[in-house]
Design a protein around this ligand. Sequence first.
Ligand SMILES: NC(=O)c1ccc[n+]([C@@H]2O[C@H](COP(=O)([O-])OP(=O)(O)OC[C@H]3O[C@@H](n4cnc5c(N)ncnc54)[C@H](OP(=O)(O)O)[C@@H]3O)[C@@H](O)[C@H]2O)c1
Length: 337
Amino acid sequence: MPAPSRPEPVPPDTMRAIVQRRYGPPEVLRLERVPRPVPADDQVLVRVRASAVHAGDWHLMRGDPFISRLIYGGLRTPSISTIGTDFAGEVAAVGASVTGVQVGEAVFGDLSEAGFGAFADYVCAPATALAPMPADSSFAEAAVLPVSALTALQALRDAGRLQAGQRVLIHGASGGVGSYAVQIAKAFGAVVTGVCRAQNQAMVLALGADHVSDLGPADLRRQAQRFDLIVDMAAFLPIRSWLPLLTPAGTYVLVGGDFSRLMRALLLGPLFSRLRRRKVVAVMQQPKRADLLVLKELVEAGQLRPWIDGRYPLDKLPDAVRRLEARQVKGKLAIEI
Ligand SMILES: NC(=O)c1ccc[n+]([C@@H]2O[C@H](COP(=O)([O-])OP(=O)(O)OC[C@H]3O[C@@H](n4cnc5c(N)ncnc54)[C@H](OP(=O)(O)O)[C@@H]3O)[C@@H](O)[C@H]2O)c1
């Protein structure tokens, strides 16, 4: 009788990671064994327990829009072979010059300006890219926060300068960024209208929106509604179609949707604002530690809670990305590692 086969021995100092050797559909994301990273003096090594997917992941995976290849390098093949930005886990080691971070501490963070690679057993991150996890959050609940919730916070607070009592319209309210934007706007004391497909309206109301609608800008305009702030996560219509919905001092903040429209708003926002007599601003999310701490406070105060629509093990990451691309996700998907 043949001897039962034994599992291959695992080489020391290696780890599992999702690796992508070419641009393409989710099948290009392969689980491989790669060298475990070693922290530099100013870095923290984290044993990742959970990660999350967001729209930026599949843009990098596909190299689409093409400009993302120019921004991150890798015109034909990806220069970033290990994507993934959001993580939560336990500190496994700290570099010699790192202070204020303890081995064993539960942390969460954003690698979007720190080399990516969150779909892996371990990541190395500068101490400035992470913060202590919210108390009582699970790893999955903390991991689905960083990029999406930081974007929502920075769009409302910094780009939109949202004040208590103002009326804000959130377009794409059922998505990753939108589900946080609804809650953060409520925490700031705003009156919130969420716009999303009819099938997702109950979820947006459950997040705390005061009103919800599946109407486009032309129909909303007929209802004589006016807003101090519009935050657009799904800018697939011309910006000018939303502007009549703003009060004279109102602001339109473009977060995502059509990438070329985002780029135009980034470059031409001030000119557009002058021509259209309404302020138009585009947002590029910044992975700031201070803002991770704001998210932690909001979660601990009960004002922000992730809506997790599914959990996937690391090797099923392609399934999670496929579902997100197909517009079948409410809120966030967590990757458990
Ligand atoms: N500027 C930045 O720094 C930054 C940072 C993060 C994300 N983003 C961008 O912001 C956008 C939203 O990100 P996200 O993570 O919230 O994405 P998401 O989770 O996929 O959510 C997008 C939401 O927009 C709505 N939507 C309306 N029309 C859509 C369409 N034609 N296709 C897809 N969704 C549509 C969907 O809600 P319904 O189906 O209910 O309508 C969906 O829930 C993306 O384009 C992303 O790349 C930008």
